[in-house]
Design a protein around this ligand. Structure first.
Ligand code: AGP
Length: 607
């Protein structure tokens, strides 16, 4: 996610802007910039890469002005570059933006037709030109006009050369706070940027427009109705502030999953006709018809997302799929050819084995598609095509929000390909899309049970071995649950296809052995319950995960964690949440370093 800062007061704006951006570096970014109103003119300094590059570019020639905005960019539309870096300027206006403007292409066409010239590939530059286009002398009114036409998610801060004593900012679905000083005020997308200047803040809400001057902050809605804001005193320390008040990045990122899902769906789901589009792919039916096999290749959690993707693609798009661990794929001379599509999944887009597998697939003539969370990453650049997940920067080593958006991307892709190849029932496709639109709310509902899930799983923290069971999609999620527990709590955990247990591993199931069993797949539900009874008969301690309304699991399991009812295809995007929380609290109870587990790195860039 991008970082936004703004300053208006009696001091040099650039000093706060650069310092504030440095406090947001932890969020991850690929370019940085500031715009300062200097002697009535906007001075723009920005460049790709680290903040150091911007500081070097500014050198001793810091702008003098006392009004300014700044930005660290996490690329979504348009690769990392000097031109794509924010702030963006059009005429008298400068703007910084965090989020995604969903209808920017249509707005850009309209502005081009009016003679506007663009120099970047970003959706944000469109907002700057839109403001210039709407301006008729009233800055606040022009901002309101802009907000009436843009769609998507955003936190925005605007400057105008005609109004040197104000910055206007607003938000929808992205964070924005205003720091209240004495004779000066601060704007930021995140509290860490302002916490050293003031602890008195306005936490902005969706639809609020703030006019920020050195002497005060006025808040109104898009219709000009004044809004009175309560001062929120921030009592976090700087480190806690980086985690948004959560104790760890992992817990923060688990709780960001509803937003990550919404952002990854943005621009790809048409809620009116319940269809799915991938503007970035634009495959034709003929191109799709040439694909007779799909290989999915990844590592770790991304590999587990690939296993879920196999079920989706084979059942909805009716194309044979092989899923490989990247370090195996690259050396097994896979039978890949020009009629294969190889999908590589990677949060970081830099995992060495996955990158090597991508290159091997290309060498063998496959078409390649990357599903990744980092714009401009090596894998994104080398794949023929890219479907980005918009989970935002994932800091914790244990992948959570990236995984859930990978599942979402694979499900949307499978529906999209199924419709393209006419292999999916149109009614089913529309129904699944309607379920997807409910998903962010259902994940949020599941997260409301965090304390209950913590209580239900706390005693497992002292176990040495835990088994995760499931069938079909539930088995695929069991794999991820086992990895989560292992990698951050160091408890040995094993996932098993529930139907496979009796072929050996059942020998390990004795009294008191903890077994987590996921039971959401109705077509094989009775079989899964039989497996539950199988382990229960050997005195295992069983925690089941099932849908709300399932009244039978409680008769067999020692405990049940319920998730909101949804279609079986979407179950993995809900059942994984309790498993993430289980792993998190087990690691906490064992005093482990939750965000940086021993021996592990966030991105494994070596073989
Ligand atoms: C998952 O929690 C781990 N951090 C790890 O398995 C990770 O998924 C794997 O290294 C792949 O990383 P990537 O998605 O960045 O390629």
């Amino acid at each position: 996610m991008c970082g936004i800062v703004g300053y208006i007061g009696m001091h040099k704006a650039a000093d706060f802007l650069v310092d504030g951006l440095s406090k947001l570096e932890y969020r991850g970014y690929d370019s940085a910039g500031i715009a300062v109103l200097d002697k009535g003119k906007i001075r723009l300094d920005k460049c790709v890469g680290r903040l150091e590059n911007l500081k070097r570019k500014l050198g001793g020639n810091m702008p003098e002005g006392t009004v300014g905005i700044g930005h660290t960019r996490w690329a979504t539309h348009g690769r990392p570059s000097d031109l794509n870096a924010h702030p963006h300027v059009a005429g008298k206006f400068a703007v910084v933006h965090n989020g995604i403007i969903e209808n920017y292409l249509k707005l850009k066409e309209e502005l081009l037709a009016k003679g506007h010239k663009f120099i970047s590939e970003t959706d944000t530059e469109v907002v700057a030109h839109l403001l210039e286009d709407k301006y008729e002398g009233d800055f606040e009114e022009a901002v309101k006009q802009v907000l009436r036409v843009i769609r998507g998610s955003y936190s925005l801060a605007f400057m105008c050369e005609d109004e040197p004593d104000m910055i206007i900012c607003t938000k929808k679905d992205n964070p924005l706070v205003i720091g209240l000083g004495e004779g000066e005020n601060f704007i930021a997308s995140d509290i860490p940027a302002i916490i050293n200047e003031t602890r008195r803040t306005f936490i902005m809400s969706d639809g609020e427009i703030a006019t920020v001057t050195p002497d005060g902050v006025w808040v109104q809605d898009v219709n000009g109705v004044p809004i009175s804001k309560k001062v929120f005193i921030v009592n976090w320390n700087a480190e806690a502030a980086e985690k948004g008040g959560y104790d760890h990045f992992m817990l923060k990122e688990i709780n960001e999953q509803p937003k990550a899902i919404r952002d990854t769906m943005t621009g790809r789901i048409n809620a009116e006709d319940q269809t799915i589009h991938f503007p970035e792919l634009n495959w034709t039916e003929e191109e799709m018809a040439e694909i007779n096999k799909i290989f999915i290749v990844a590592c770790g959690t991304a590999y587990h997302a690939g296993i879920v993707g196999k079920y989706y693609l084979e059942q909805l798009a009716r194309i044979p799929v092989e899923v490989d661990i990247a370090s195996e794929f690259r050396y097994r001379s896979p039978l890949v050819d020009g009629n294969s599509l190889t999908i590589v999944i990677s949060q970081s887009g830099e995992t060495s084995d996955t990158l090597a597998a991508l290159r091997e697939a290309k060498r063998l003539g496959a078409r390649t598609l990357a599903v990744t969370n980092v714009v401009g990453s090596s894998i994104a650049r080398e794949a023929d095509q890219v479907v980005y997940t918009y989970a935002g920067p994932e800091i914790a080593v244990a992948s959570t929000k990236a995984y859930i958006t990978q599942l979402l991307a694979m499900l949307m892709l499978s529906i999209y390909i199924g419709r393209l190849s006419d292999t999916i029932d149109k009614k089913l496709a529309r129904y699944l899309v309607s379920c997807l639109l409910e998903l962010p709310k259902q994940v949020a509902q599941t997260l409301e049970n965090t304390k209950l899930i913590e209580a239900q799983t706390a005693h497992y923290a002292q176990c040495n071995d835990v088994f995760f069971l499931g069938r079909s999609l539930d088995y695929a999620v069991a794999l991820e649950g086992a990895l989560k527990l292992k990698e951050i709590s160091y408890i040995h955990a094993e996932a098993y296809a529930a139907g496979e247990l009796k072929h050996g591993t059942l020998a390990l199931i004795v009294e008191g052995v903890p077994v987590i069993i996921i039971a959401t797949q109705e077509d094989i539900y009775d079989k899964t319950v039989s497996n539950l009874q199988e382990v229960k008969a050997r005195e295992a301690e069983v925690l089941a995960i099932g849908f709300e309304g399932d009244t039978s699991l409680v008769n067999y399991a020692d405990q049940v964690i319920y998730i909101p009812k949804t279609d079986r295809y979407l179950a993995p995007l809900l059942t994984v949440v309790p498993l993430q929380l289980f792993a998190y609290y087990a690691a906490l109870a064992r005093g482990c370093d939750v965000d940086k587990p021993r021996n592990l790195a966030k991105s494994v860039t070596v073989e």
